[in-house]
Design a protein around this ligand. Structure first.
Ligand code: ADP
Ligand code: MG
Length: 615
């Protein structure tokens, strides 16, 4: 067997020549008729594929087998092809765009030896096309299946390391992290940097990693006649794009999706200008689909038909890029201030039917169970209060009195609370939100019930920009316009007095006070009905804290939001709130107007808190 050993250039984990030789050996073994996937295993893979067809884009786990090729050489694709195929099939194997690369040749020999099928270089007569990197240039039909060898199955891997968290995001269709990553790309380089394997939404539901196919091929993944099966051996995941399924590259509504294209490029061999091209060592552009290129030269293609399916409407257009957007508001915030005032006036307060509250807490209790070495802690017991729109309620108590516990139970950071919590803005206060599942609780936090933590790192991602942190909240709420996000982020940052020339700076570089301001901006981004502030100034230096307190006081006064402020510091409660409850050992021991509590505290415990604030 004579083959040139040139590892494919675009492989993310480029296999070594040794593994190629191993594959070649295995291919020779397969030539002798070795069965490398038993019937039981094939049935299992087919079952996974059926599930994948039933739920397009969903990553179906399957019992992946050891294959006589190195992982990364297409073991996932191989298992899919061997499970799908039979002796009546004609199989084409391409690596990049070429069926004569060493990897393609070896896989083809393995498949042929195992299935006893025909093989062909001609896309048109192939029933199964196993590929890495490319979908053939031909229009495929309903009798053909494309099997894509997938190097990275998890589209969220770049933004989230935890597999469990990725699973949760898929389950809840919670893809704001991906949107933020696209936003950050646009902010830093003006274009979306994701190239091969550009993330797509399948059937409006699942985010999918479409193998390493170039952006050029993405438009043809969707609404195709053929079935596409994507398979990853090491991750043991199969997912499918059934015929006529909507596949949409992830991009903002006002930022066009672009394919790769070099202006004026024409294939140096066939002259095509409407194919995906690669640059050869001598600098010439050549069709990546070698077979297609040969057929163009032999006059064996329909050029008009091909032009119709080529994504020429998606070529890069500098005039439509974000760099061409008018962002003069970043240097002239007066424009923003006018619209900001208007927007705030438009927000109508939400109260419960027949009542005046936005948030009502009745008999809230929380027990932290006993652990080894410590007994159970009753952190909150029979806590009740309500808050009206435009009102700020204080919760004051010394450290350990249960303030944060109440806050966490309200926001859904802590589960297992007893009692009854209602939001006027959720289901017209008919549902006790403590009975909702974690997913529903998380959704409430997007636009109804917002929190500002003592530690900005708890409410922000310090690795992304100030604007990106606000984009996180806005995209979670469904905002899909880059321009609208930029403008809203600028409005909010301007309002919290973060200089607008820092909108694209990573929050980790900000001072503590500035971080807290960004966290406040993020919490207000979707105009929540209820805002919870847990020790919002406790971590800050006194002078910085005073500035943030002033800001919070103004924000509370100008918005119709219902606010709960938690603090151990009576001066904070005094500065921000109208009414307050005093917590001691998990219980409310005194309530009243903040002024009165401050001027004339009844309980000795409250007197101590007041005395501490007066010092
Ligand atoms: P505060 O915010 O008023 O300082 P916390 O709500 O944090 O008070 O704590 C109230 C009580 O609950 C304290 O006794 C604390 O030790 C206990 N507690 C808080 N969180 C936990 C937890 N995760 N597990 C066990 N006990 C906890
Ligand atoms: Mg606390």
């Amino acid at each position: 067997m004579t083959t040139t050993l040139t590892p494919p250039s675009q492989s993310p984990a480029s296999p070594t020549i040794d593994t190629a030789v191993e594959s070649a050996d295995a291919a020779q073994r397969a030539d002798s008729g070795a069965v490398i996937l038993d019937e039981q295993a094939k049935r299992e893979v087919r079952r996974a594929m059926l599930a994948g067809v039933a739920v397009p884009g969903y990553q179906v786990p399957f019992g992946s087998r050891e294959m006589p090729v190195a992982r990364g050489w297409g073991s996932g694709g191989l298992q899919a092809t061997l499970s799908l195929g039979g002796s009546e099939d004609t199989v084409k194997v391409i690596d990049q765009g070429d069926e004569e690369g060493v990897n393609a040749v070896n896989l083809r020999r393995l498949i042929q030896g195992s299935l006893d099928c025909a093989t062909s270089a001609d896309t048109r007569e192939s029933t199964i096309i196993q590929s890495r990197h490319r979908i053939p240039e031909d229009r495929l039909d309903a009798h053909q299946i494309v099997v894509l060898q997938v190097p990275v199955s998890e589209p969220l891997r770049g933004v989230e390391k935890s597999v469990r968290e990725c699973d949760r995001m898929h389950a809840e269709a919670d893809y704001s992290r991906m949107w933020v990553s696209i936003y950050e790309d646009l902010v830093t380089s003006g274009v979306v940097n994701k190239s091969a394997g550009y993330p797509v939404m399948v059937n409006h539901r699942y985010l999918m990693a479409p193998s390493p196919i170039p952006r050029w091929d993405i438009p043809r993944l969707g609404d195709a006649e053929n079935l596409t099966v994507l398979s990853h051996g090491r991750d043991k995941k199969i997912y499918c794009v059934p015929p006529h399924t909507h596949v949409e590259p992830v991009t903002f509504d006002d930022v066009p999706y672009e394919v790769e294209y070099t202006a004026g490029a024409a294939c140096g061999l066939c002259g095509s200008t409407d194919t995906f091209m690669v640059q050869s060592a001598d600098g010439r552009f050549l069709c990546s689909d070698v077979e297609w290129c040969a057929r163009v030269r032999a006059d064996d293609v329909d050029p008009d038909e091909h032009r119709r399916i080529a994504p020429l409407d998606l070529l890069p257009d500098p005039a439509a890029r974000v760099g061409a957007f008018d962002e003069s508001f970043l240097t002239d915030p007066s424009v923003l201030r006018a619209s900001q005032r208007r927007a705030v006036a438009e927000v109508t307060p939400v109260t419960a039917p027949g009542e005046d509250w936005s948030l009502q807490v009745t008999g809230l209790g929380k027990v932290y169970p006993a652990r080894r070495g410590s007994s159970a802690v009753v952190a909150a017991q029979d806590v009740s209060f309500d808050v009206a729109p435009g009102e700020a309620l204080g919760v004051i108590g010394e450290s350990g009195s249960g303030k944060s516990t109440v806050m966490k139970c309200l926001i859904g950071d802590e589960f297992g609370a007893t009692g009854d919590v209602r939001l006027a803005a959720f289901d017209e206060a008919r549902t006790n939100i403590l009975t909702l599942d974690p997913n529903a609780r998380r959704q409430l936090r997007v636009s109804t019930l917002s929190v500002v933590y003592q530690d900005p790192a708890a409410g922000l991602d310090l690795h992304i920009s100030a604007g990106g942190n606000i984009a996180d909240r806005l995209t979670a709420a469904g905002e899909r316009s880059y321009r609208a996000i930029r403008r809203r982020a600028a409005e909010l940052l301007d309002r919290v007095e973060v200089p607008l020339d820092r909108i694209d700076d990573v929050v980790g570089q900000f001072s503590g006070g500035m971080r807290q301001r960004v966290q406040i901006a993020k919490a207000l981004a979707t105009d929540p009905d209820v805002l919870l502030l847990d020790e919002p100034t406790t971590g800050l230096d006194a002078s910085v804290a005073a500035g943030v307190l002033d800001l919070l006081r103004e924000l509370i006064a100008e918005r119709n939001v219902a606010v709960v402020v938690v603090s151990h510091d009576f001066s904070v409660i005094d500065a921000l709130t109208d009414r307050a409850v005093v917590m001691h050992r998990g219980r409310i021991i005194e309530t009243g107007l903040t002024d009165q509590l401050f001027a004339d505290p009844h309980e000795a415990y409250t007197q101590r808190l007041v005395a501490a604030a007066r010092r």
